[in-house]
Structure formats: structure tokens, C-alpha cells
Unconditional design. Sequence first.
Lengths: 118, 141
Amino acid sequence: MYVKKELGFFTARLKKVVKKYPLSTDYIDGIINSLKGKPTQGDIYPGFGELSVRKMRIGLPEYKIGKRKGLRLLHLSIDEKKKVAPLTIYAKKDYGSEAKVKKEVIMALQEALLELES
Amino acid sequence: MEIVKENRLQYDLWNTVERLNLRQEGLICWLKFNFIVIPRSFTLFVSAATAIKKHREFMGLCNTMCEDGKCMDSLYKSVKKTRDMYMQVIPILEEIPYRMKTLVLEMYRHSLDEWDNLAEDCLLASDPEIRSLVGKIAAAI
């Protein structure tokens, strides 16, 4: 079992997403908590060495939104420390191109780092 | 449309589009659509799904060996090209006057979403800034 490290900035982003999809709050929380038991969920990003960065696609059955059009959850798991940290969550439709997604992810990671350093 | 024949999948896609000049009604167009475009689209749908699965498997294998994600950069260019071709095909398909186009369109839209998702993953994985930030976050956690 991994320990989940949820940062304040992620909670804020999660709240923002959940505000748009209030019926799916429990469902999204359940998926995020399931990372503790199974941190290998989602597609892996190569090039991170010993770290595992993965992207999960989350469908919202309450809104009849499939995985393709649903939410994206980026999470980091560190096998050595047995820790898992959700990095960011966003709705696919909010960002048109992958360049915008990249910008958003970089911003989220910078916020996370600032929070950890302070 | 810019003709790209980099790989089999892109060639098939281009070849299908070539056959899509079916905007006017008529028996020949109907036959071309039903007996060439639809079977080709099915084949393309299956080969696109296989290609994406293989790309994902490659990314999984690459993870244990790759340290800088440079391969992702070249993969991104190829994936983006294929994705852009799908984006060009869909508006052409929308103009076709036959009912069966709904099924064909759905297959193309599904493939487009999958390629788009893969392009996004390749771009994020190839970015050195993201890798450096993730490394710092992992050290701080």
C-alpha cells in the first residue's frame, strides 16, 4: 500500500473540477484514493528514470461522458518511498491543443514545487 | 491535402481520402462509398487501434531504459502528423450525403481522439522542463 501525498494546490484544482461536475464528486474521489492500492493505473510517460509519471483518463458516468472526453489525472508514484502524489487534474475539453495542456501542466508543477519548498 | 506516405497507416489514410471525392450523388459514388471507403475505414480503424496499442507498449518498455525522453520528441512529430491528417479527413466525411457516413465518422472521431491523446502524452513526456520539475517534486515529497 502506497501513501498518498495530496498537495494543497491539487486540492484546489480538484475543487475547481468538481464544481463543474458535482454529481461525480464521490466517483472522482474514489479513483484518486484507489491510487494508494494501485499506483500503476493509467498510461506511463517514459523518460522519468525511476519515477513513474502516469496519466489516467477518467470518464464521468453520471454525466454520460466517456473516458475520451472526460477528465485527465496526472500522478507521480515513487516506488522507493512507497508514495503516490496526484499532480494535476483537468477536463480534456477545457484545453483544445496539447500545447495548452503542456502549459497548464508546467504551471501546475511549478505551483506544486513552490508549495513544497515553502 | 498534403500527401504524406511516411508509414503504412498514413498512406492508407491518404488513400482513403483520395476516394472520398464523393460529394455529388450518383450510383458510382454510392458504390465507391459502400464498397471501398467503408471497408477501408474499418481496416484503418483496426490498424490505428493496433498502432496506438503498440506505441503505448513501446512507451512502457522505453520507460525502463530511457533517461531523457528524446525518442518521444520524434514520436510526437510522427503522431502529430497522423492526428492532423485525421483532422483533415473528418470535415470531408461530414459533407458526404450518405447515411452510413455516421458509422464511418464515429470510427474516425474515435481514432482522432486516441491519436490526439497520444500526441499529448508524447509532448508532455518529451518536455525537459516537465521532467526537471517532476524530479524536484519527487525529491521534495
